[in-house]
Design a binder for this molecule. Sequence first.
Ligand code: ADP
Ligand code: MG
Length: 211
Amino acid sequence: MSLTPVLFPELINAVTETIAAHAEAVTELDQAIGDGDHVFNLQRGLQALQAGNADIAVLDWPAAWQKIGMILMSAVGGASGSLYATLFISLNKNSHDKTIDLQNFASIFGLAVDAVKQRGKADVGEKTMLDVLVPVAEALKQDAAAGKPLPEVLDHVCAVAEAGVESTRNMLATKGRASFLGERSIGHIDAGAKTAQLMIEAVAGVLKKAA
Ligand code: ADP
Ligand code: MG
């Protein structure tokens, strides 16, 4: 896989579409245990990325990750904005190559998810986006090590992301606003886990077509 950021406009469109299509459902989730602004926060970030689309598409990967992170950092409020900004800035920090393949991407994505853990002082099992990002990072590493073909990896990652979302339902939130609800957070899916899964699925869909 030698994908370049030329794909970026298509990726952003796909992510924007899926967030719009699920906006109501995700907002309902976020109203149940958060403050209901998660979709709005993501959409602000996505709009800012849309505006930077053409510039990002001509960069190499590390420069693109950095630019995406900086745009998110300044455009998005909320916990999710700084956590996603951290993810992308860390992808740049750990990149040793200007191109990506499954092996090096799996490695830098794992480090970027570790950076998100540190930034949010959170880990799997706390009812956050990490319940999707951590198992996805693990699946990528395993599949890259096993040399699986990309379409198979993408299907695997999507299945793992869905399971991650579902896993948040019966968790007690211990981080973020949902933690203020204590036991009452149990029984609801985490909005940030759901949007992480939707975005991963959208990206996988574009990559499958491109592969
Ligand atoms: P805010 O919580 O500041 O209103 P958002 O509504 O945009 O921000 O995002 C909320 C989502 O962010 C949650 O659903 C959860 O998935 C994620 N989140 C919140 N705090 C953390 C944290 N410390 N670590 C990881 N993810 C977190
Ligand atoms: Mg919120």
